[in-house]
Design a protein around this ligand. Sequence first.
Ligand code: ADP
Ligand code: MG
Length: 232
Amino acid sequence: MLNIKNLHKSYITGANKLHVLKGINLEIAEGELVSIMGSSGSGKSTLLNIIGILDNYDSGSYHLNKELIKNMSETKAAQYRNRLIGFVFQSFNLIPFKNALENVALPLYYQGVNRKKRNLIAEEYLEKVGLLNWKEHLPSEMSGGQKQRIAIARALISNPEIILADEPTGALDTATSYEVMHLLQEINKDGKTVIIVTHENDISLMTKRIIRLKDGIIEKEEFPEMVMAQTL
Ligand code: ADP
Ligand code: MG
């Protein structure tokens, strides 16, 4: 599904150059549930943003569904994102003056789906995340966990192939974090490829494959289920 070879990325600010990704090699297959782990500043978000076609890279290659993603126009990148990728962020990024239903329906609004149809579909996804009863509520009336579930429903509504989540539990308490992770696990079981950036060990252990980033390269990979099977 996605294939990254010898990928490099630097940020240039003024006279300074910060080499963040220093030769990333990574393959992720359809249907995987992967976490990208690393300490703060290790380049996790940079890598995820490149995967999500939100940012460019300097050298190497990134293929998504066999297509080279490089120096794409913003229009084309947006088309790819809308069709293939759903995003979930630490800070939820809900629109404060729109209710839960309208927030979930938003991607369909941008696709030109009429109000009646998009609201019907949004209700379906609200039901999926267990929040249909909250459809009239504003984000400010919901807990962090509820807001993240709304954000997940919004990410799913355009039926993307991949869900990219950048620290989706970063603003949540432990119990709520696990609820959100269980939801992402279910979504993966439904067939979606899910890639989660986190710096929390327990969260990464809830994925099937951990990719550890350190000093701009992939230091190692782990497979939690296999590790557990060995220690039993
Ligand atoms: P992580 O998500 O692992 O915390 P990031 O990918 O956000 O790390 O950042 C990696 C490094 O790149 C950090 O040192 C950060 O300060 C720097 N960085 C991130 N984005 C930018 C940017 N747009 N311009 C300049 N430096 C950046
Ligand atoms: Mg980050």
